[in-house]
Ligand binder design. Structure first.
Ligand code: F3S
Length: 63
């Protein structure tokens, strides 16, 4: 699984980071960045939760 944040959509809600800080971080400006684009298998469920929880639908994944 590869995770991507659409920086045009992200509004800095930070929910992704609060759910899975192992994969998502926040920049100094408060927007999400992906720390580990190749998501380790043990974090895939948390990333799916983060995707569903982002109000801006800014996170997508591909296999
Ligand atoms: Fe941005 Fe959504 Fe995370 S708005 S900070 S990708 S919860």
């Amino acid at each position: 699984m590869k995770a991507v944040v659409d920086t045009d959509r992200c509004r800095g809600h930070g929910i992704c980071w609060s759910i899975c800080p192992e994969v998502f971080d926040l920049t100094d400006d408060g927007y999400a960045e992906v720390l580990t684009p190749d998501v380790p298998a043990e974090y895939e469920d948390q990333v799916r939760t983060a995707i569903a929880s982002c109000p801006e639908r800014a996170i997508t994944v591909s296999q």
